[in-house]
Design a protein around this ligand. Structure first.
Ligand code: 13P
Ligand code: SF4
Length: 304
């Protein structure tokens, strides 16, 4: 911690001078999560916070689609992205053209796009969802056939939860969660009996079926905080366990975990540089933003 202290002090001071708020995703490193974030959460919570904050500047400690979502919801605010290269394999897997192809293949079916998409894709969609509300959103759609993009695994997990719907999907995946297999989980249980296995819904469905619980990043934190299992394996990004381990000394967080190379592009040095120079401002074409806002706002309204 001592090595981070000068950066944490400088960022917190500059943040106050600039009237900025830092929104930190649950996958941020502990020094960002605990040291400089004013608000931490999963994708849905960060999006809602972007609509509520009265700060002039939002520094998004997360990946690019999250910063775009903040800008879409708060077009008059300055949204800073400490590293524009912090992408997401899911957001990169589909374009607005892909949405058009799905609509042509399934005429009349509404498009539910994961927030892990670009503003253009959101603008081409009917409604967005996150991992914490995907099943609720799909269940609320009046149509029988629902197109879910771009995460094939989230879509398949939702299909299992909402069997009354015919869910069809795009073939995207998350490079962090697709690496887990059901076999890994079975082996783990055999070698480490008594460990609670907790998976993010971006994992393949057989992994989720093998797990004891599945939920969004904040859903996972709430579950572990509530249940306090003796041993827990978080089948998700590595920083999750690091961020909550101190608050839960009774839980033994066991490995392995997978690192998201995009999330890990965000560092204290880059946050300080962005705030100091006010560079890395996220812009979204106003026409695209207006249409994308409808899809995101519909999701927020349905999730209340
Ligand atoms: P959450 O909405 O669960 O925080 O997920 C975001 C994400 O990118 C997980 O990989
Ligand atoms: Fe995208 Fe996966 Fe990284 Fe989340 S963990 S930002 S879904 S690549």
């Amino acid at each position: 911690w001592a090595i981070h202290a000068p950066y944490v002090r400088a960022i917190n001071q500059l943040k106050a001078e600039r009237g900025a708020v830092i929104l930190g995703h649950n996958y941020m490193t502990p020094e960002i999560y605990h040291g400089i974030s004013d608000f931490v959460g999963d994708s849905l919570q960060l999006a809602i916070e972007a609509t509520r904050t009265d700060a002039d500047v939002i520094v998004q400690c997360g990946v690019h689609f999250m910063a775009e979502t903040s800008k879409i919801l708060s077009p008059d605010k300055t949204v800073l992205m400490p590293d524009m290269g912090a992408g997401c394999s899911l957001a990169e897997s589909i374009t607005a053209e892909g949405i058009a192809q799905m609509r042509a293949k399934y005429p009349g079916a509404p498009v539910v796009s994961y927030v892990n998409t670009t503003a253009e894709v959101k603008a081409a969609s009917d409604i967005c969802c996150t991992s914490s509300n995907a099943a609720q959103i799909v269940a609320a759609m009046p149509e029988h056939t629902i197109i879910m993009t771009p995460d094939q695994y989230l879509a398949q997990n939702v299909a299992a939860q909402v069997p009354q719907k015919n869910v069809v999907w795009w073939e995207g995946s998350c490079i962090v969660h697709e690496q887990y297999s059901a076999r890994d989980l079975r082996d783990f249980r055999e070698w480490n009996p008594g460990t609670r296995l907790i998976a993010h819904p971006e994992c393949p469905p057989d992994v989720v079926a093998e797990a004891d619980f599945s939920g969004s990043t904040s859903g996972i934190i709430d579950y572990v905080t509530r249940e306090k299992p003796e041993k827990a394996l978080l089948i998700t990004e590595c920083s999750m366990a690091s961020n909550i381990a101190d608050a839960l000394p009774e839980v033994d967080f066991v490995g392995p975990c997978n690192m998201c190379p995009y999330m890990k592009k965000i560092t204290l040095e880059k946050v300080l540089y962005a705030l100091d120079t006010m560079t890395g401002q996220v812009e979204v074409d106003p026409t695209v933003a207006q249409r994308a806002r409808l899809a995101v706002q519909r999701m927020i309204d349905l999730s209340r």
